[in-house]
Design a binder for this molecule. Structure first.
Ligand code: DCS
Length: 481
């Protein structure tokens, strides 16, 4: 038989190379076990509604009306929908050319890009231009589009934090570029040390790589840290000195669980730095409707905002966006609602605030319960989740577990996570999927299971972990190091 173009051995090598652990081996095994009837707690993916989070009422009312505009003509519409939701649905339908069933401009509806620009100005205190904001199908599509625009070949490098969210490693692999890692400091609450950046860039350059851009994830996934203003300034200066574009992944900007370091955008810090940096440094910032207290992952809405990119580049990005015709139109409306929620005095304001605060306050408590739970376990140390949706404990695996993993042909953290899954149904992602220092092991869970289920989940984790450690640890019975 002749080999055919789409036979495995003939595929694009970049496709085979790229890996995405969030839905990798552990997830597949968990799905199998679920089919066999085992109760699985899916903490592998930051997907709040899948774990029971209820949608916010106001945005769903608006979207329902936009999807079913004939309801607006129904004399009883005011009995079911509040007047501000009705007005908002009419507003958004008025921004489309043909409702939700029509393609929009490939950059997104101009009226919603204007709402995004107004939100950014309110948030940062600096105006921005709707023409430099593109709406996307989730932040993922925007990140892929910008990496695609940046990477010209194998010798183009992108600085990416380690640990990182594997959208970055996977996309760089798909595009045939080079990932240049910089390590976050676990002992400094996953802080970003500019000396590590310098070393990483020097190392990459010595290997003939042209480092073109740097990624920050703030708040961090999987690491949960929030960057301070001074740290962001250092990063921006570093990018300026080294002629790097900065890609600021800020999808968790509403998910903050401490008060010392509120979210501050890279753009705000950049604008505050003054000339020449504020006028020259090229920055692309990403946001989404999937996270925050919205958690509308399935809607696939996002945007990116470009700062200091020349018009000809923006035109090229527009051209490429045009190939996909149009981002999802309902998702664009979600984005409009996210950046322009009910205001004080609106009929739906109190309910909206109550619902969103309820979610955020519970997430803050869950972040604490998880961190405390992990830190009470044998051979486990865990930084507090300052922001985002994840806990990333370090699991100090004794040599005997590492040997047992090798014998089973598994990475030690994969081995541990599989055993955890089989014993408890808790489906996590091994740290190796995000990158970690050699010989140091982690796992990632989301902090999303329902708050009332948390104590039981943590107790079940502790029981598994402590027994597993006892089984293998030659120092069993000694206190934790
Ligand atoms: N950037 C970061 C840092 C993310 O964590 C995610 C999603 C995205 C971008 C993309 O999100 P959308 O495309 O939905 O806007 N995080 C995944 C994760 O780690 N678990 O769940 C989803």
């Amino acid at each position: 038989m002749t080999s055919k173009p789409l036979d495995y051995e003939n595929l694009n090598e970049n496709i085979k190379k790229c890996q995405y652990a969030v839905r990798g081996e552990l997830y597949l095994r968990a799905s199998e076990l679920q089919k066999e009837g085992k109760k699985i707690i899916f903490t592998n993916v930051g997907n709040p509604h899948a774990l029971g989070q209820k949608p916010l009422t106001f945005p769903r009312q608006v979207i329902a009306l936009c999807q079913a505009p004939f309801l607006l003509d129904d004399p009883n519409v005011g009995l079911i929908f509040p007047a501000d939701a009705i007005a908002r649905a009419k507003h958004y339908l008025g921004l489309t050319s043909g409702g939700l069933g029509a393609y929009s401009d490939s950059r997104g509806l101009p009226g919603i890009r204007k709402e995004v620009a107004e939100f950014i100005e309110r948030r940062d205190g600096y105006p921005t231009d709707p023409e430099l904001i593109f709406l996307t199908d989730g932040a993922s599509k925007g990140v892929m589009q910008i990496l695609n625009t940046t990477i010209r070949g194998a010798s183009d490098g992108i600085l990416v934090p380690v640990p990182q969210y594997p959208l970055y490693s996977a996309t760089i692999a798909l595009l045939g570029g080079s990932l240049v890692p910089y390590y976050l400091e676990e002992t400094a609450n996953w802080g970003l040390d500019v000396n590590n950046l310098r070393q990483s860039v020097a190392q990459a350059r010595s290997e003939g790589i042209t480092v073109r851009a740097m990624v920050i994830i703030n708040p961090g996934n999987p690491t949960g840290q929030c960057l301070s203003e001074s740290n962001l300034k250092e990063v921006l200066n570093f990018c300026y000195e080294n002629n790097l574009a900065l890609l600021a992944d800020e999808v968790y900007q509403q998910n903050i669980y401490q008060d010392e370091r509120p979210f501050i955008s890279a753009r705000k810090v950049l604008m505050g730095m003054g000339l020449p940096v504020s006028r020259e440094l090229q920055l692309v910032s990403f946001h989404t409707v999937s996270k925050g207290y919205w958690g509308e992952c399935g809607q696939r809405g996002g945007y990116f905002e470009m700062t200091n990119l020349p018009p000809k580049t923006v035109e090229e990005i527009y051209k490429v966006a045009s190939i996909s015709l149009s981002p999802n139109v309902p998702a664009q409306i979600f984005m409009g609602l996210m950046v322009n929620p009910p205001k004080p005095g609106d009929i739906s304001y109190d309910r909206f605030v109550k619902e969103s605060n309820g979610i955020l306050e519970s997430l803050r408590r869950r972040a604490q319960i998880m961190t405390d739970g992990f830190n009470s376990c044998r051979n486990v140390v865990c930084n507090f989740t300052e922001g985002a949706m994840y806990s990333f404990p370090q699991i100090r695996l004794p040599a005997k577990i590492i040997e047992a993993a090798k014998a089973a042909g598994k990475e030690p953290d994969v081995f541990y996570c599989l055993k955890l899954l089989e014993a408890t149904g808790i489906s996590t992602v091994p740290g190796s999927g995000f990158g970690q220092k050699p010989g140091v092991f982690h796992l990632r869970t989301t902090i999303l299971p329902a708050e009332e289920d948390m104590p039981e989940i943590m107790a079940s984790f502790k029981k598994f972990n402590d027994e597993f450690m006892d089984q293998y640890d030659e120092y069993a019975g000694y206190s934790r190091i």
